[in-house]
Design a binder for this molecule. Structure first.
Ligand SMILES: Nc1nc2c(ncn2[C@@H]2O[C@H](COP(=O)(O)OP(=O)(O)OP(=O)(O)O)[C@@H](O)[C@H]2O)c(=O)[nH]1
Ligand SMILES: [Mg+2]
Length: 418
């Protein structure tokens, strides 16, 4: 059974449960999104209006930037406004049971977090598909054009939009589908399929079996690097790991203080120096300490605010060299942190960083605050860099391992038609 069919079943079960629990509801109109979604869309109409304004702005940027190579000027433009933020048998049975209960409640918790964190994106995609199908008469050329526009506006990327449109054309020819529900399900199924690939699900970090694991975080300022390290350090410390963080963003005092606060809150150790020190020397000290004191994992925070691409590349190379020299095979991961609220510019940013560093994975932050979650589909389909974590809120437990199934369900739940 494919993901789409699993979701269809899950949707059905959920709606039956809802019916049992609630007053009987009207039968769904095929042209309307399902119950919860309708509410969502109506409630957040104002938000969408403003999101659309943002979209209009950044789409202009995207067209401009994607036509040219990313230059230093573009890099400067990409920098976001700085955010200042910022009994024995019995016991073992009962502990097994409570482990199981924990696993179960973790799963429910995770599902809820995804659902909640993606509600804005879900509403936007629902609203867009709704207006597409409001005028739907037949699957003709005009419909295909509208479909591509709709998908592009939902941030899934031009490549994905064209692919889905082409596949739908084939499907229409082969199987003569024409009913609204069939067409909509086909579109949603194709989007879901894009995540049903066997190479997915590798969201875990690559761990060094012979010594400290080093994870380097890069990304423009304000993207969420320090916050992500704070959340991850807590997660790994709670998992029983000995965690060290390095404040290699020496560009401003505030950055060092911010990481220091997270380290205190997380009860993990930190290596830091004064503002303006050489970031590579902070990295050197941190790696030495990690080796000597047997730390399991070292998270390195870096500066997002560098004058240009060349400086950034030199600085990252210097840090990398030290890390690899001191711990062969390290860094185990170079994670690029990207703010999802920038929509299509996330693609431009990721391409730029791909040029200067060996990125092993992405962290997409602030998904809770944006309707532009479709961007993950664009990133997956156009760049092929795995998404490792998603930021679904500001609190410490809101950073979640990227789970493609939860993600697509969170995004398309309610858009699958009976
Ligand atoms: N809502 C929400 N806010 C987030 C998330 N991740 C980070 N933030 C907020 O984004 C702001 C910037 O995050 P930082 O971690 O300081 O970003 P940074 O990349 O370290 O920035 P620089 O140190 O300036 O390079 C902070 O106010 C965070 O609380 C998220 O997943 N959801
Ligand atoms: Mg920072």
């Amino acid at each position: 059974m494919g993901l789409f069919d699993i979701f269809k079943k899950k949707n059905k079960e959920n709606s039956e449960l809802e019916k049992e629990n609630n007053e009987p509801q009207n039968d769904e109109d095929i042209e309307q999104p399902t119950n919860a979604e309708t509410e969502n869309i109506n409630n957040s109409k104002d938000e969408h209006d403003s999101n659309e304004n943002i979209e209009a702005g950044s789409n202009e940027n995207t067209t401009e930037s994607s036509e040219n190579d990313v230059s230093d000027d573009d890099f400067d433009k990409m920098e976001l406004e700085n955010n200042n933020n910022h009994d024995d048998e019995d016991e073992s049975i009962s502990s097994k049971n409570s482990e199981l209960d924990n696993d179960k409640s973790n799963d429910i918790d995770k599902e809820k977090k995804y659902e909640h964190g993606l509600s804005k994106s879900r509403s936007l995609i629902g609203q867009k598909l709704n207006s597409l199908f409001a005028n739907f008469r037949s699957v003709d050329d005009e419909f295909f054009e509208d479909l591509e526009d709709t998908l592009i506006e939902s941030d899934v990327g031009v490549k994905t939009a064209t692919e889905i449109s082409d596949q739908l054309k084939e499907e229409v020819k082969l199987n003569n589908i024409k009913k609204t529900a069939e067409v909509q399900n086909f579109i949603v199924e194709k989007l879901i399929d894009m995540y049903d690939a066997p190479d997915d699900g590798k969201s875990e970090l690559n761990i060094n079996p012979d010594g400290p694991t080093v994870i380097l975080f890069i990304g423009v300022n304000g993207a969420g690097k320090t916050t992500t390290i704070g959340k991850l350090a807590n997660k790994y410390r709670e998992d029983g790991k000995k965690v060290l963080v390095a404040a290699a963003d020496t560009f401003r005092a505030g950055a060092i203080e911010q990481l220091d606060e997270w380290a205190k809150r997380d009860h993990v150790d930190i290596v830091k120096k004064d503002e303006g020190s050489d970031p590579a020397s902070v990295v050197y000290d941190a790696v030495q300490r990690a080796k000597k004191e047997n730390y399991d994992i070292l998270f390195v925070d870096t500066a997002g605010r560098l004058q240009n691409k060349v400086n950034l590349m030199n600085e990252l190379e210097k840090m990398n060299k030290i890390i690899t020299r001191e711990i062969p095979g390290a860094p185990q991961e170079v994670l690029l942190v990207i703010d999802a609220t920038i929509g299509q510019n996330a693609l431009v940013q990721a391409k730029m960083f791909k040029d200067v560093a060996n990125i092993s994975g992405l962290v997409l932050t602030k998904l809770d605050g944006t309707a532009r979650g479709g961007i993950i589909i664009a990133i997956k389909n156009e760049l092929g860099i795995p998404v490792k974590y998603v930021g679904l809120g500001e609190s410490v437990n809101d950073l979640q391992d990227f789970d493609p199934k939860e993600f697509v369900y969170g995004l398309f739940k309610g858009l699958i038609k009976e």
